[in-house]
Design a binder for this molecule. Structure first.
Ligand code: NI
Length: 171
């Protein structure tokens, strides 16, 4: 396994739309395993392939709290087929370090996908898991959290990331 480099905004590769995975073979499983390792190392609760420069429709999620048993979920070619309810959820993103913003999301979703073995499954998810699934599915379409916040919040995030990117002055 290997740690992958997580792209940060405004890297243009974050805007790429992931292509469907044709066959879930060992090369795909290897990508999945590297993505999981990268997510845990960050640490984060979700990571999409487009965030590590791999334009394929794959994401991994693990919403287990610290100290809880891990609960890795792999989604290949995910499709959200139903959305119910609405709420605002405070989200972060590994591609927007140190940023947290309220995003409007469905409260629950039904998703269809393939697992790490290429088997089709359906899942009903709500709250944090549903939000993570929506957030990561957006990544696969090149949609970022900055697109879903108010213009005011967008400017604030832009300023914050610009400040962060500035090289430190040596004394
Ligand atoms: Ni993200």
């Amino acid at each position: 396994m290997a740690l992958l480099t997580i792209l940060t905004y405004p890297d243009p590769r974050l805007r790429e739309v992931g292509l469907p995975v044709a066959i879930v073979d060992n090369s795909i499983r290897s990508i999945v395993d590297d993505m999981a390792e990268t997510m845990y190392s960050a640490p984060g609760i979700g990571l999409a392939a487009t965030q590590v420069g791999i334009p394929l429709r794959i994401f991994v999620v693990d919403i287990a709290a610290e100290g809880e048993q891990s609960d890795l979920r792999v989604f290949i070619n995910p499709q959200i087929v139903e959305r119910r309810g609405k709420h605002m959820w405070r989200e972060g993103c590994l591609s927007f370090p140190d940023v947290a913003e309220e995003v409007k999301r469905a409260q629950s979703v039904r998703v269809k996908a393939l697992d790490r073995d290429g088997r089709a499954f359906e899942l009903d998810a709500q709250d944090l898991l549903a939000v993570a699934i929506q957030h990561e599915t957006d990544h696969l379409d090149g949609v970022l959290m900055i697109d879903q916040v108010s213009p005011f919040a967008r400017r604030r995030i832009g300023r914050k990331l610009a400040t962060r990117a500035r090289p430190a002055l040596s004394g």
